[in-house]
Ligand binder design. Structure first.
Ligand code: ATP
Length: 234
């Protein structure tokens, strides 16, 4: 579904990712893990058109993503739930969700999307008219994921959904990720919580200094001496 072939991207003179190659197949949940500053967020931003791809290629369902504005990438079926949630704090829950359904296809399916998102997050239905800025951290993360789902994506890019959340909420968020994936949405998940990410995802890639240094299936990565030492503290 998604292929990155030696993708480079960065900011000004800094090449934050140098040659990232990875693949996500339809239906999979794939984890992208790595230390702070490894280039995980940059990889997601390059896929979704928020920053330009400077070298290499990105293909989504066989179509090049390079040079497309974010709006077009969303129209193709890729939604990005950014790190830090990036909600509109002075808009209500419902209005934030509406902002996720901007493409013609998403607008047409908006009623069904609302139902699906509220079924997944009953708490958001209860708080439909509450301002996003007054939600708890966990509720804000639910809203950010819900807004991404309102675009009716085939591929969901999730950037650190567990960041800053209490353990119980972390568990709830990963359960949601699993449910969304089982429902047929393909997921590329960036996470610092390596154990949880690999429990939910089928495969993973390890990013270090802007390059993929290790890849494998869930069991293989959880058993890798490097992962255990560097990311699981074992
Ligand atoms: P984290 O887990 O801390 O979010 P990450 O793996 O997602 O890390 P990136 O956010 O992709 O890492 O950052 C990769 C590199 O790019 C870092 O050195 C970072 O300082 C730099 N960088 C990120 N965003 C910008 C920006 N807007 N301007 C300049 N440099 C940036």
């Amino acid at each position: 579904m998604l292929t990155l072939d030696r993708v480079a991207a960065g900011y000004g003179d800094l090449l934050a990712i140098r040659a990232v190659s990875l693949e996500v197949r339809e239906g999979e949940c794939v984890a992208l893990i790595g230390a702070n500053g490894a280039g995980k967020t940059t990889t997601l931003r390059a896929i979704s058109g928020l920053i330009p791809i400077r070298a290499g290629r990105a293909l989504f369902q066989g179509r090049p993503l390079d040079g497309l504005p974010p709006r077009r990438v969303v129209e193709l079926g890729v939604a990005h739930v950014p790190e830090g949630r990036q909600l509109f704090p002075s808009l209500t829950v419902r209005e934030n969700l509406e902002m996720g359904a901007r493409t013609p296809a998403a607008r047409a399916g908006r009623t069904a999307s609302f139902d699906a998102v509220f079924a997944l997050f009953p708490r958001l239905r209860e708080r439909e008219r509450q301002l996003a800025g007054t939600l708890s951290g966990g509720e804000q993360q639910m809203l950010a994921i819900g807004r991404g789902l309102m675009a009716r994506p085939r591929l969901l890019l999730l950037d650190e959904p567990s960041l800053g959340l209490a353990p119980l909420m972390v568990r709830a968020i990963f359960e949601i990720v699993e449910t969304v994936n089982r429902g047929g949405t393909t997921i590329l998940l960036v996470e610092q919580n390596v154990r949880r990410a690999l429990e939910v995802c089928h495969r993973g890639y390890v990013l270090e200094n802007g390059e993929v240094t290790l890849t494998g299936g869930r069991a293989e990565l959880l058993g890798s001496a490097h992962i255990r030492q560097a990311y699981l503290g074992l």
